[in-house]
Write a protein that binds this ligand. Structure first.
Ligand SMILES: [Fe+2]
Length: 213
């Protein structure tokens, strides 16, 4: 999956001064851009085989008569650089547990039921304005070896020159998020991982992703 052109921001961490803001410093005035989206571990449940149906609507599998169980939600966002410019053509691979908190993955031995009608994975591309959109089921939380995980969606994002693996959390799960080991580990960067629910429509969320490029 790696490429000579794709660099992890974490790879720069040891370089200290090469943090995002300073890399972009120009002239006498340091560039203060949008905060980069926090990186998270990939976790154990990335699909072993990418499903043939991987479109932006995870709630319907091709050929199935029934929609996936659970609360249908829409998430829209943009992929941006730190100056707020859109990153078009960014590849977003995303995967998540179903409404019961179960991944369709052999490593997930939880007793929560699988949902045969849930896609669980999507691979989409940001458009010319950096916009992207998915329709999915709000994932359930689940117990894990590192404690209870709040609802979240994993994202592997590949921009033009940089890649990030992140997790999207839900703003209304603030209490559960605050107890989550991985969320807490993000420290001051944690807010960059939180999707905001539309005040007028609880089924709609917005989450922008900021990459170095
Ligand atoms: Fe997960």
């Amino acid at each position: 999956m790696s490429s000579n052109l794709i660099f992890s921001r974490r790879a720069f961490a040891g370089a200290g001064l090469a943090s995002a803001g300073l890399v972009l410093a120009t002239g006498a005035r340091a560039f203060q851009g949008k905060p980069l989206t926090a990186e998270s571990p990939m976790g154990p449940f990335f699909p072993l085989d990418v499903p043939t149906d991987s479109d932006a609507d995870l709630t319907w599998l091709k050929g199935h008569a029934k929609r996936a169980s659970g609360q249908v939600i829409e998430i829209t966002g943009r992929v941006l650089d730190q100056r707020g410019n859109p990153i078009s053509g960014a590849r977003l691979d995303l995967w998540q547990a179903n409404a019961a908190g179960r991944y369709a993955h052999p490593s997930d031995v939880a007793s929560a039921p699988l949902d045969p009608d849930f896609q669980g994975f999507a691979s989409i591309v940001s458009d010319a304005k950096g916009d992207w959109r998915i329709v999915t089921i709000k994932p359930g939380g689940y117990d894990s070896p590192i404690g209870h995980r709040p609802p979240h969606i994993h994202f592997d994002i590949r921009g033009k020159t940089h890649r990030n693996v992140a997790q999207l959390y839900f703003a209304e799960e603030a209490d559960a998020n605050a107890k989550d080991l991985l969320y807490k580990g993000l420290g001051a960067e944690a807010p960059t991982s939180v999707a905001v629910r539309d005040a007028g429509n609880p089924g709609k969320y917005a989450w922008d992703i900021v990459l170095m490029g």
